[in-house]
Design a protein around this ligand. Sequence first.
Ligand code: PEP
Length: 256
Amino acid sequence: MKTYIVGNWKMNFTVGEASIYLHKLLKTIKPAKNLQVAIVPSTVALQPLSLQIDRKKLKLGAQNCCEKDYGAYTGETSITQLRGLVDYCIIGHSERRYVFNETDKMIREKVAACIRNGVTPILCIGETESERTFGETKDVLKDQLVSGLKDISKEDLDKCIIAYEPVWAISSVKGARPATPDDIASSINIIRDHLKATYGKEIAEKIPVLYGGSVNPNNAGAYLTIPGVNGLLIGGASLIASQFNDIIETAKKVAA
Ligand code: PEP
């Protein structure tokens, strides 16, 4: 299976800054077997970057999309409009769930919209600090998987990527602390066991599961070698080209 390195730039960089960053990255990055690197800029930068990108080296993703394909939805961007520009779309990021109050229904409809439009959804799931404290991690992960994948047929499941992102480990969250490899391994087992029980062993083993939360060049290698982890979703460290590049280099060694 491929190793995925995905940089979520969130609401950072002007279009000009994004273009300069991409220019730098394209100079350093070399395509590697079994490694897929993607950057996920703001919606406004997707069109210009899609003209600049070398898709043999890098892919583009969107940070969010509307669950509808077109219509009277002021301020929204549909995946129908984004397809052709992006290969991936992050869905259900914790900032969408908890800052923008996205419901389970919206999230599953967005996942379905991606599949309908030929874009790979990266469905983010993860427990909050208090859910973890109260021993609810397993239930939360299972509920978010059941709900997020509800409108997806078994045949389409292998067009999805899951990202496990414990909210308490996301660097921009107040009091965030990095997850230990044991914390992550236990949640990845919950995710894989659920997928296996629901969809069967074959598909459960085929779906890429990424980890995200305070990843940096120092811990990337340890996170990437956790059994069942197929890549990393990176926020803060992806904003610094040298750090993102170091993580890519580490991933290359792991993927080789
Ligand atoms: C994220 O928000 O998806 C994320 C993983 O952020 P960070 O790497 O900054 O913790």
